[in-house]
Structure formats: C-alpha cells, structure tokens
Design a protein around this ligand. Structure first.
Ligand SMILES: Nc1nc2c(c(=O)[nH]1)N[C@H]1C(S)=C(S)[C@@H](COP(=O)(O)OP(=O)(O)OC[C@H]3O[C@@H](n4cnc5c(=O)[nH]c(N)nc54)[C@H](O)[C@@H]3O)O[C@H]1N2
Ligand SMILES: Nc1nc2c(c(=O)[nH]1)N[C@H]1C(S)=C(S)[C@@H](COP(=O)(O)OP(=O)(O)OC[C@H]3O[C@@H](n4cnc5c(=O)[nH]c(N)nc54)[C@H](O)[C@@H]3O)O[C@H]1N2
Ligand code: SF4
Ligand SMILES: [Mo]
Length: 731
C-alpha cells in the first residue's frame, strides 16, 4: 500500500494505518521517507518521492528500519548491571543513581573525571548531540571525545586554518564539472555524503562523465567506483599528500595557475616555494604513482574548463590525513576551483553566516590533551588517546564515560586496549539502541531511540548542496515508551544541579517547563530541542519561517544555488584564504625530510578497508540481511597470494605488530600488489542483556590490528588505513 493510499484509508476510517513523512538518518544522504505504521509497529518505509531535496539515494539500509526498530535485542528500558547480569530499572532510578555516582566522581577527580564519546549517529541525531553538549557544558568537563577524531577531523582542521571556521564547507558542483578528481572514496557503495550532502552524487558524477567529463579516481585498489573512472590511479596507502604536492608542483612549473585567486590568497608564495623545491621523482616514489601519471593528471585537472577535487575518508584515515585534505584544497585554490561553477561551492544555509555563528557558539580552542599534547578539534580530543586518559593517574584522569551512539572499540584503533581500559572505569554508561562491543563493561545501559521515533531538524548546516530545510516529526512512539537521548542528558544535568548548557538560571526554567508539560499533557511545552530550533529559526534564519517548517514536514527549498558567497563569508582574521598555514607547512617539511619509504620486511603488506551497502559502520548487522561471508575475508592480489602459497578461501592469519586476526583469503585482481583489504565494521558482538541469548558475532573486527600510537599530529586520526601486516596460512 502506498503512503497516499494509507493516508486516505486512515482518513476514511478504513484502516488503522497512518502515514507520515520524515527523512532517513542512517547516513547523511537524508533521503526523504514516507513511513506507514499502525501506531505500534512500523509497517513499511518508502522513499518520499515528494521530497524536493533527495529520495533517489534511498537504499536497502533504510529498508531495515521496521526490523531494527522492533528488534528483539533492542534495549527497551534502562538496565543496571548487578553482578554479571543486567536488571531493568525505571528511568527515574537510573537518572538518580548515575547522577549520584557522577557527583561523587567529580568531588574526587574534578569535572574532567567524567568523559563522553559520541559516535557517527550523533551527526544525524542533532538533538542528541546538542543536548549531550548541554550536559558536558553543565558539568564543565573537557574530557570530550567523538568519532570525528577517527574520520573527519582533518576536514575540520583544514577548514579552520584555511578559512577561519571548523565548519567551512565547500560542496562539489558535480553537474558543471568537466574534470572530477576523487581521492579515497567509493561512492558506489557509500554515497557521496562525507561532509557535504550531494543527493545522488555518484549517479550525477557518472552522468557528467557520460556527457564528457574526465573522471580521475585515486584509490589503492579497484572498487565498483574506480571501475567507472576514465583513469584509476593506484596509490600507496597514506601517501596522497605526495601525489597532490607533485600535481601542485607541475601546475606551478607549467604556469597553469589561476592568477586572480592566487593573488587574493595568502601563503601562495610559500606553497610555490615548497612545491618547486620538492623532487617530483621522490614524490613519485613516496606515493608510488609514476611521474608521467602525476604530470598527466595535473595537466588534465588544471587545464579543464571547470573542475573539482575532493578527498574523502580513504585520505583521512591515516597519519597524513590533514596533509592530504589540505593539499586537495590547495589544488582547487590555485587552479581557481573554489566557489566557482563546476568547482567546490559554498552554500550559506539558513543562517546569515553559519561559519561566524558556529565560531560564536563553539569558539576554536587552543586546549591540548593531557596525554600526547594533541589539539582539541571541534572541542574534542582524539579517541585514540582515550585508553591512556583512563589509565594515567593525575588531575584530569577519566574515571567515568558515557558512550553515546558509538562503538569506538570496533570503529577506532586498538579496540582490545580500549576495551580493557573501559573495563577499569568506575562508571560506564552506554546510550544506544543495542548493547555492542564497546558497551560490554557498561554499568548502565540507557536505551537510545530509532530515528523514526523522534523529531528531527537539519536546516542549520551549510553542508547541503542546495538551500533546503526539513523539520520532521516523529512517525511513531518510542518503543516501550523509552525516553529520547536528549531527555536523558537534560534530566541528568537537572538531577546533578549542574547548569544545563552552562547557562545559570536555565535549570529552573526547564523544571517549570517540564511541570507545565505534565499538567497540560502537552509534551511540547517541556524544554527540548524544538525550543532551540525555533529560537534559531526566529532569530537567525533568512528566508525560512518556523511556521513554514511546521506546515511542510516534507521539507522545502528556500533559495537558489549560488556562487560567490564564500570569500565574503570567510572568518580568517584578514578575510583571506590561507593557503599555507604554519602548522601544515611544518609537518609537510618534516614529511619531505623523512627517509624514502622502505618495505617492512616483517610486515610487507598494507591493509585498507571497505564498506558494504547493507551495513552502516558496525550497526545494522542486527538486520541479518547481509550477503554471506562479508566481513570474513581478506582480499589479496594474485601475485601476493602466490608468493605466500595461498589458495582462494584458505584460512589465514593477518598479523600486524600489534595483533592478529583470522580470516579467509579472497584472491582478486582488484587489489594492487602490496595492499590487502578487509571489510570494516564487522566482528563487533551484539549482546542480549534482556533475553540472555549468547552474543552474536558476524565477521572479523579488523581494527584490532591497528595500533593507536601513530596519529596524525594535527587531527589525531589513527592509521586505520595502511597499517603494515603480513598474511600467512593459518596454523
Ligand atoms: N553502505 C554504507 N554507506 C556508508 C557508510 C557505511 O558504513 N556503509 N558509512 C558512511 C560514513 S560514516 C562515511 S564517513 C562515508 C565514507 O565514504 P567514503 O569516504 O567514500 O569511504 P569508503 O567507502 O570507505 O571508501 C574509501 C576508499 O578509500 C580507499 N583508500 C584506502 N586507503 C586509501 C589511501 O590511503 N588513499 C586513497 N586515495 N584511497 C584510500 C579505499 O580502498 C576505499 O575504496 O560513507 C558513509 N556511507
Ligand atoms: N578500518 C576502518 N575503520 C573505520 C572506518 C573505515 O573506513 N575503516 N570508518 C570510520 C568511520 S568513517 C566512522 S564514522 C566510524 C564509526 O564509529 P562509531 O560511530 O563509533 O560506531 P558505529 O559503528 O557507527 O556505531 C554506532 C552505534 O550507534 C548506535 N545507534 C545508531 N543510531 C542511534 C541513535 O539514533 N541513537 C542511539 N543512542 N544510538 C544509535 C548503533 O546501535 C551503534 O551501536 O568508524 C570508523 N572506523
Ligand atoms: S541509509 Fe540509504 S536511505 Fe538512508 S539516508 Fe543513507 S542513502 Fe538514504
Ligand atoms: Mo564516518
């Protein structure tokens, strides 16, 4: 039954089915959805073809929503650990006891004794992230960690240093590009939504190519995406910076630069000088891309009428992630691709100047971590140092953690070490729909909500390709009446008498609003995210009215796509783009001075990873709908397999200097010599604290191979791609 039919039948009293609009929040393609429910369970979800921004990316992951929402292992109430099992307790009891324990820890260790980690779903569940932030501000802790330090800090660091705001987003203008250079991305499986939201991005890239655009993809392996490229350039994992610097060098040497944009930016001379002094041969040896190819793609990129370059997580997830991201921006800048048609454009979004507003709300800090002296990025420290922050005594030692919609034991480096450290905490609170690997030692399990169960707003950001806003309402009640994550953080701050959001005088207002909501039976009267969204729209929005949002739950465009808004919005002190931030130049000089890479005799292969369409990092494994064997094999080139005497499907050990995992071999030409691959996100156990069934495990947790001690100095990201390993027959 279609949505329209369900709605009509419901209206005429013919069926108990209701339909409503929302948008999918599994990944940031934010596909519009129509949801049919009977009020208790989700009957089906469908793409909302009336959603003006996006529905065409709709995929199998959204189709799991009915299953996941009602999954038997989903947490249905707060649970407290008693001995080696969990018992269900009331929400009020959980809040009271956790608050009391936290106050005690703060009395002994100070506010930094309480740490928080928020994972990838916090990026789409903005109410959750915002209220967790309100809680950390309330108690005044700086022990804040988040998934971005694994996958996207390089992007924020580059945005801040070059453009003056950690949220300066430049969106690819796919349809008008004549040359598209993509590094470290497999959009055929993952979509094109990393730090920019371009609906149907990959289909549009292919359409542009069909019309004659040049598509260059840089990836150490073949993927479904690289197979569609005009040119696939294989690269040594972790060394994109060398390729990009080589291209920049060629462009300066040949004089293919955009004079005006170079004249207007700061630091061009420094970039030119370092590029010109670098040896193209050496750069070529570092990245294992031959000189002729570097010259060829530099020429194609620089001389194309329009072009953009985008580096994504393949470039980010290693110690050179910031260098790679930075040089991809420099390449765009010197060839005149920033904020121009067919390049990387800037979308102002709903507020007048989002970069400025963001800087006001979350001013960049100069704080550095106690362990390792890493900078805080977007207010958070690298997840990789969390085990040491837990284990190292002294002021600031983390004694309690809240892990909110995340699974860092699976997603981050050296999961075994993090797991052990989490087991030493006085207090571990997991806020999640399910109990997974990272929540194994939790003292408390606080149920999280499914995205269908909550209101959602995604209009603040300037990361949408076109000015679009949508305020969606919950399409179904939370399962078993569980509270929304933001309510938990609000109530915890109230219970601890800590000023929510760090605003003195707010708590009494919140208490009064809750009382009022109770006596009137109108939950909207209680202080919640809608208050803040409404305030934001009413005080900051241009061209969007709150009423309009409420009346159009399917969302709407409020402006045209434009060019030329970026430079006037820059937040650097001198209002110019800074092409050569000092911190980046210093690291680049260090890298150029390092000895040429030699193959590690003991661990001669480098391991990278791959996503699969049916999974979202480590979640959705619970849907059970995955092709057989995903997450269980290691892909290897025929020559590397032959040299080790390995046959297809043979059990093998994959060994790094840190750990080893067992897998089965899949021999394939997709892999380049010297590079092996394993799927990411698998192997994390799914527990059943309510039903008591044995934990389920599908596939291998490949990140246990990755040490947490080699990090990007600027962004704190670990070497999740590129770790040195050996593969040998098991046993
Ligand atoms: N189905 C599905 N979709 C997803 C997700 C999911 O888990 N499942 N996750 C979502 C999330 S959170 C994100 S951040 C995005 C990520 O989306 P993408 O950034 O597109 O990430 P991947 O699909 O992992 O593709 C990364 C590519 O980089 C290559 N690579 C590895 N190392 C290097 C290197 O050193 N240099 C270069 N040039 N390439 C390298 C890998 O071989 C791989 O093909 O996807 C989102 N979409
Ligand atoms: N080797 C390698 N490692 C990688 C990557 C890679 O490409 N290669 N990719 C990295 C990337 S890009 C990312 S983003 C990280 C992901 O790392 P994390 O974000 O730490 O982990 P996820 O696996 O996404 O786990 C998300 C958790 O949130 C829960 N959840 C989902 N929705 C909600 C909700 O609405 N509310 C609540 N309360 N809980 C919810 C899920 O049940 C799940 O337990 O992994 C990184 N790790
Ligand atoms: S998971 Fe699929 S349906 Fe959901 S937003 Fe992403 S692409 Fe769209
Ligand atoms: Mo991610």
């Amino acid at each position: 039954m279609s949505n329209a039919v369900a709605a009509e039948e419901h209206r005429r009293g013919l069926s108990n089915l209701k339909s409503a609009k929302t948008f999918c929040q599994i990944c940031s393609a934010f596909c519009g959805l129509g949801v049919v429910t009977d009020g208790k369970t989700v009957i089906r979800v469908l793409p909302d073809k009336e959603n003006a921004f996006n529905w065409r990316d709709y995929c199998a992951k959204a189709g799991t929503a009915p299953l996941v929402r009602d999954h038997p292992k989903r947490l249905r109430s707060p649970m407290k650990r008693v001995g080696d099992r969990y018992v269900a307790v009331s929400y009020e009891q959980a809040v009271q006891e956790i608050a009391a324990q936290m106050k005690d820890i703060i009395a002994r260790h100070g506010p930094d004794g309480i740490g928080t980690y928020i994972g990838n779903p916090g990026g789409t569940n903005v109410a959750n992230a915002m209220f967790q932030g309100g809680f950390t501000a309330a108690i005044g802790t700086h022990s804040v960690f988040y998934v971005g330090s694994i996958d996207q800090n390089n992007w924020h660091v580059v945005a801040e240093k070059m453009y003056g705001s950690e949220m300066a987003g430049l969106i690819p203008d796919i349809d008008h590009a004549k040359c598209i250079l993509l590094l470290g991305t497999n959009p055929a499986d993952s979509g094109m939504n990393w730090m920019s939201i371009t609906p149907q991005g990959w289909e549009r890239v292919l359409a542009a190519k069909e019309k004659g655009a040049d598509l260059i993809m840089v990836d150490p392996r073949q993927t479904p995406s690289t197979k569609k490229a005009t040119t696939h350039v294989t690269i040594k994992p972790g060394e994109d910076w060398a390729l990009l610097l080589g291209m920049i060098k060629v462009i300066f040497d040949e004089g293919w630069i955009h004079q005006q944009d170079c004249a207007e930016a700061k630091g061009i001379d420094a970039i030119r000088a370092i590029a010109q002094s670098a040896s193209l041969d050496e750069l070529s040896q570092r990245c294992k891309v031959d000189v002729a190819t570097i010259r060829d793609i530099a020429r194609r990129f620089a001389t194309a009428e329009t072009a953009f370059c985008e580096a994504r997580t393949g470039v980010a997830l290693n110690r050179n992630g910031t260098l790679g991201e930075w040089l991809s921006h420099v390449l765009n800048l010197i060839t005149g691709r920033i904020d121009r048609k067919g390049g990387r454009t800037y979308v102002k979004g709903m507020v007048k100047n989002y970069m400025q507003l963001f800087n006001k709300m979350a001013p960049p800090t100069t704080r550095r971590s106690r362990i390792g002296n890493y900078p805080a990025v977007v207010g958070a420290y690298p997840t990789a140092i969390l085990p040491d922050e837990i284990r190292t005594p002294g002021p600031g030692q983390v004694r309690a953690m809240i892990i909110n919609s995340g699974n860092p034991v699976s997603g981050g480096p050296d999961g075994a070490r993090l797991d052990a450290a989490l087991g030493e905490l006085e207090l571990l609170v997991a806020v999640d729909m399910f109990q997974r690997e990272s929540h194994r030692h939790a003292h408390w399990l606080i149920p999280g909500t499914h995205f269908l169960e909550r209101d959602a707003f995604y209009g603040i950001s300037n990361l949408y390709e076109q000015p679009f806003v949508q305020l969606a309402e919950a399409t179904i009640e939370p399962l078993n009446g569980v509270k929304l994550e933001w309510e938990f953080f609000r109530d915890l701050a109230l219970e601890m008498n800590a000023p929510f959001m760090g605003i003195k005088g707010l708590n009494p207002v919140i208490r009064f609003s809750k009382w009022l909501a109770g006596v009137t039976g109108n939950p909207r009267l209680a202080f919640g995210p809608r208050w803040i969204w409404a305030l934001l729209v009413k005080t900051q929005a241009q061209g969007v009215k709150w009423k309009q949002l409420v009346q159009n739950p399917g969302g709407f465009f409020f402006g045209e796509k434009r060019y030329g808004d970026f430079r006037p919005s820059l937040q650097t002190k001198d209002g110019k783009i800074n092409a050569a931030p000092d911190e980046f130049m210093a690291i680049l000089k260090q890298r150029l001075a390092e000895p040429m890479p030699a193959t590690d005799a003991q661990y001669p292969l480098q391991i990278i990873s791959r996503r699969r369409p049916s999974m979202m990092n480590s979640w959705l494994v619970e849907s059970g709908k995955h092709p057989r064997n995903y997450g269980e094999f290691v892909e290897i080139n025929p020559a590397d397999a032959a040299a080790r005497g390995l046959a297809d499907d043979q059990p093998v050990s994959v060994v790094s200097r840190l750990a080893q995992v067992q897998a089965r071999v899949r021999i394939t030409d997709d892999m380049s010599p010297g590079v092996v691959g394993m799927d990411q996100g698998w192997g994390s156990r799914l527990f059943d604290p309510q039903g008591g069934e044995a934990p389920e495990q599908v596939g291998v947790m490949r990140n246990t191979l990755v040490a947490a001690d080699v990090l990007d100095e600027l962004a704190g990201a670990p070497n999740l791609n590129g770790t040195a390993v050996q593969v040998s027959a098991a046993g």
